[in-house]
Design a protein around this ligand. Structure first.
Ligand SMILES: Cc1cc2nc3c(=O)[nH]c(=O)nc-3n(C[C@H](O)[C@H](O)[C@H](O)COP(=O)(O)O)c2cc1C
Ligand code: SF4
Length: 392
């Protein structure tokens, strides 16, 4: 059953003795840690929702003399600002999760891939890294973590572009498969996880898989951090159990005049008021109705907002951030942007929107990576639900 109420939790930022949790976890057999993560049904908090236990299991099974752990702190999705807060306040938990991963898969080196705009955090991160490396020595785990500062491109949040850029090349997605767990950084098995995901692995070690699974709903276990922004009196970061309906979310965070919520940032879906009841926030497959996953971005729009302007902003963003490697996305982003502008100026009839919807659908099927494939999410959901706002 979807949650009819927003259930706030206060676990992620809670003080804990990180070093004690790491120390105790490193005494567990590796298989036990993997099993705990699988039992918890933890899914990656970066957006795609891949099961974390399975990812670590695959990387652990790879035979290789070198393996790597990468913390994805690129946080480029518009409307997402929760990883910044985690890095600022509880970096010890992120590093703890990375150490667990290193222990389980057999890695000796790790990286935090830090969003360019978060450089102000570097002194703090470096200080904590010194402490962390002392812990590693005490616990006799041969694992060091370095910082890698991104160049400022949204596409470098995609795990294979991120790895390409770390190797000194242009940040462009690789063909998948092979996946990074088999052929990642420098061609070696690599686990890439989101900042928040690493924190949850520590939480699961602390409270146990069953307690974690008591939160959330079937198929979407646990809690999650949400970055709430837009037309809300409560903009900020909240830890909430997964599985709530959008209706309950809006009741809690809206300003009483919410007309739409953009779930999952520019690459996510725009849900109009008439669908709040049947939509819940979580991963596919667990609940009846329409489930929307999100890396955490929840943008609320009230009736004063022009949804044309909202869509236009997203398209400008995608046109700018498309890496240009594949034609459907490189040309498609430009055509969608030019197309909606032409319809809004009255130079094209509103029927042209149907051609643009077909183009977006084609991009979803043919673009090489998640960026081009997800442009259709916001495009189609805004054009289909707010068509009257798109026309002259
Ligand atoms: C265009 C694009 C941008 C992405 N940006 C991020 C990001 O900023 N942070 C992130 O953790 N994952 C991002 N991802 C998802 C990563 O490719 C990857 O799935 C994720 O880091 C895996 O971690 P998780 O399993 O813990 O979620 C992005 C994906 C795409 C397609
Ligand atoms: S879909 Fe876009 S971002 Fe992805 S490879 Fe193609 S051009 Fe690059």
């Amino acid at each position: 059953m979807a949650k009819q109420k927003v259930k706030r939790v206060d676990l992620i930022f809670k003080n804990c003795n990180c070093n004690e949790i790491i120390k105790a976890s490193l005494k567990k057999p590796k298989e036990e840690i993997i099993q705990m993560l699988i039992d918890s049904e933890l899914k990656g908090r970066g957006g795609a929702g891949f099961p974390t236990g399975l990812k670590w299991k695959v990387a652990a099974a790879e035979k290789s003399n070198r393996k790597y752990v990468i913390c994805n702190a690129d946080e480029g999705e518009p409307g997402t600002f929760k990883d910044r807060e985690i890095l600022d306040r509880i970096l010890c938990k992120v590093l703890g999760g990375m150490a667990l991963c290193a222990y389980v898969i057999g890695a000796r080196e790790g990286f935090i891939y830090l969003r360019q705009e978060y450089r102000f955090l570097i002194p703090k991160l470096e200080k904590m890294l010194d402490t962390f490396h002392e812990w590693m020595e005490d616990f006799e785990l041969d694992f060091t973590v370095k910082l890698f500062i991104g160049g400022g491109a949204y596409i470098c949040g995609e795990e294979t572009s991120l790895i390409e850029s770390m190797e000194g090349r242009r940040g462009e997605p690789r063909n998948k498969p092979p996946y990074p767990t088999q052929d990642g950084y420098l061609g070696k098995p690599t686990v890439v996880n989101n900042v928040e995901t690493f924190v949850y692995t520590m939480m699961i070690m602390h409270i146990g898989a069953d307690k974690f699974k008591e939160m959330g709903v079937k198929g979407s276990s646990g809690s999650k951090l949400f970055s709430v922004s837009g037309d809300t009196p409560k903009a900020g970061i909240y830890e909430v159990e997964l599985g709530m309906t959008l209706e309950s979310f809006v009741k809690e965070f809206g300003d009483g005049d919410t007309k739409a919520v953009q779930v999952g940032g520019a690459s996510g879906f725009c849900v109009p008021r008439k669908r709040f009841k049947e939509t819940h926030i979580g991963y596919q497959g667990g609940l009846k109705g329409f489930s929307l996953p999100t890396g955490g971005s929840m943008m609320i729009f009230n009736s004063s907002r022009s949804m044309y302007n909202v869509l236009h902003n997203y398209l400008v963003f995608f046109e700018e951030e498309s890496c240009g490697q594949c034609t459907p996305c490189r040309v498609g982003c430009q055509q969608l942007l030019k197309g909606v502008e032409a319809v809004k100026r009255g130079e094209k009839s509103q029927k042209y929107l149907n051609d643009l919807l077909r183009l977006a659908k084609t991009m979803k099927i043919t673009a090489k990576c998640g960026l081009g494939q997800s442009v259709a999410n916001s495009f189609s959901s805004i054009v289909e639900n707010f068509r009257e706002e798109m026309i002259y």
